[in-house]
Write a protein that binds this ligand. Structure first.
Ligand SMILES: *Cc1c(COP(=O)(O)O)cnc(C)c1O
Length: 432
């Protein structure tokens, strides 16, 4: 078996040395992977239990058209999401186009002119800057007279409790907490730390709405932010909870009132959740959610494997090889443009789709430097699938995430290393 596998790896362009190095690194990760499998098993049962409790039936997999009144499958799916996240209600729709849209919807529907939004964990994800109006944009919260305040994390990544206390005032209506570091260098927040922050905030102002941007975090732990006091958790179905099968979509799970506000904004005041045909998409939403715990576990193993592999090659990796994980993103700092490019080209060459194309850095709209992206995905732009991207600017870091199966994530990482070795990017003694 090992010989056949090695032969297949050779034919896929992985050298004996790279494969052996990968196996050596993996040998030390067995215990950690076992822990990840346990979390996945727990979350698999959590999702299954929710589906059984709500009696998901074959009829739920069919869709409606037109207005979509009495869409059994849609309404049941939202009940399943509410059970998984232990919330009163949920909005899970293909009409929510992506994570940014879900977050914008949650904010715009629950804030009113004169209210203030607070981020106590520093700058939010790039695409939210225009939603909030940090960068001026049409239709931003700022245009509607909603102000914004931000308290950065302290140097060591801890919460700046003093300044958070001072920032909360009579106007503060909603607090947004981003779980994942996204493409920043701050640490990702564990669910337990999010719980501490929410408790602190609620003690100062009990009626403030605490929303968590849950993107990239779902099913990484056995609990979600809604289990530790979050009033709303919001995310993208093109990431973890879509399990790689959802071709579009976003979700908002939380208190009934806040979910209803979001539904009234998404469709129309008065119509809310009652309309919104699911078309033919429900089977993928259900099946994607069902697979999501396992897909997320595979992606998490990939991130940890990449961290260990590249740390041993002498590169700085964030999170490092031993840190506990709370999302599926892995950064590797190459320090040179060539490293970023070689890595991404290796990941692209490992893809099931478009493996024959070679990505190059390009001037992407909205970015101040050239960006290179590797994505050979079944769902366009999906980052729960094996993907990598990096801006061509110091510190020349590449961000890697996803992999629908652990085996594919592993291959993608080996392929990236092979690409670095072939282009003589590695600094390690293993590959002189
Ligand atoms: C991906 C992401 C978003 C935005 O989601 P899209 O689906 O790309 O619009 C928001 N916040 C975080 C932390 C993310 O990782």
């Amino acid at each position: 078996m090992q010989t056949e596998l090695s032969t297949l790896y050779r034919s896929l362009g992985i050298s004996e040395k790279v494969q052996a190095f990968g196996e050596q690194v993996l040998e030390e990760l067995k215990d950690r992977f076992e822990q990840i499998d346990l979390v996945a098993e727990y979350n698999q049962m959590k999702v299954l239990k929710a589906m059984q409790e709500h009696q998901v039936s074959e009829a739920c997999l069919l869709g409606t058209t037109g207005y979509g009144y009495n869409d059994l499958g849609r309404d049941t799916l939202e009940a399943v999401y509410a059970s998984v996240f232990h919330t009163e209600d949920a909005l899970v729709r293909p009409q929510i186009t992506c994570g940014t849209h879900a977050l914008a919807l949650a904010l715009m529907s629950n804030l009113r002119p004169g209210d203030e939004l607070l981020s106590p964990v520093g700058k939010p994800y790039d695409t939210l800057e225009e939603v909030i109006g940090i960068r001026p944009s049409k239709g931003s919260l700022a245009e509607y007279g909603i102000t914004y305040r931000q308290v950065d994390l302290l140097e060591d990544g801890s919460f700046d409790f003093d300044n958070i206390r001072q920032a909360i005032n009579e106007k503060t209506r909603l607090v947004t907490i981003q779980r994942s570091k996204g493409y920043q260098t701050r640490p990702t927040l564990s669910v337990s730390r999010i719980g501490q922050l929410i408790a602190f905030i609620k003690e100062i102002k009990p009626d403030v709405i605490c929303m968590v941007d849950n993107c990239y975090g779902e099913f990484v732990e056995t609990i979600e932010p809604s289990d530790v006091g979050a009033d709303m958790v919001v995310g993208s179905l093109i990431k973890n909870p879509g399990g790689g099968l959802a071709p579009i979509g976003g979700y908002i799970a939380g208190k009934r009132e806040y979910v209803e506000n979001a539904a009234y904004r998404l469709t129309s005041p008065g119509l809310g959740k009652e309309v919104g045909a699911s078309l033919g998409i429900l089977k993928d939403f259900y099946q994607g959610l069902f697979l999501a715990p396992i897909v997320t576990a595979g992606a998490l193993k990939g991130a940890i494997f990449a961290a260990n592999l590249y740390e041993r090659q002498g590169f700085k990796v964030v999170p490092n090889s031993t840190e506990s994980r709370h999302d599926i993103i892995q950064a590797v700092e190459f320090g040179t443009p060539e490293g970023v490019i070689a890595f991404c080209q290796g990941v692209q060459a490992a893809a099931p789709i478009d493996s024959h194309v070679t990505p190059e850095p390009w001037d992407m709209p909205g970015y101040d430097a050239k960006v290179i992206m590797a994505a050979g995905a079944f769902v366009s732009g999906s980052s729960i699938e094996l993907s990598a991207d990096g801006p061509i600017k110091p510190p020349y870091a590449v961000y890697f995430q996803g992999g629908l199966t652990w085996q594919h994530a592993k291959f993608g990482i080996l392929k990236s290393l092979q690409s670095c070795v072939d282009k003589k990017i590695t600094v390690s003694k293993f590959f002189p």
